[in-house]
Design a binder for this molecule. Structure first.
Ligand code: 5GP
Ligand code: ZN
Length: 117
């Protein structure tokens, strides 16, 4: 169920520290940690501590929490001294989503092309 911890969810396990991660920021409602397979010199994931399958489901159920994730993404960018960065929410396997716990990718530290692949 949305908002409930999922036993088989990797990111729920990162929230509880069952799975270790390089955590860069934590708030009451969010955790930010470095991606294990970075696609840019700086690649941090920001997640809500509670489980939603993707960003839109999170925003529909808990808009304030979705705002927390966005604000934290901005804080990560500021801490990493990125003036330009890309925030990405892959949604659905066809768009490259592999972990079905809502997360923002914060990518930067290099030039970015548009459109993305
Ligand atoms: P998605 O493909 O769902 O948009 O993003 C999932 C991200 O999680 C990928 O970029 C992947 O590299 C990252 N990832 C997968 N497993 C782990 C892990 O165990 N630890 C960390 N820090 N990142 C992970
Ligand atoms: Zn989860």
């Amino acid at each position: 169920m949305a908002g409930e911890p999922q036993a088989d969810c990797l990111f729920c396990k990162i929230v509880t520290r069952e799975v270790p991660a390089d955590v860069v920021r934590e708030t009451e409602t969010t955790v930010a940690f470095r991606d294990i397979n970075p696609q840019a010199p700086i690649h941090v994931l920001v997640i809500p501590k509670v489980h939603y399958p993707h960003a839109a489901a999170l925003a529909a159920a808990e808009p304030q929490l979705a705002a927390d994730v966005l604000r934290e993404a901005g804080e990560v960018a500021a801490e990493e001294k990125m003036e330009s960065y890309r925030m990405v929410f892959n949604t659905g396997s066809g768009a490259g989503q592999t972990v079905f716990h809502a997360h923002a990718h914060v990518l930067g530290g290099r030039g970015m092309q548009w459109p993305p692949g």
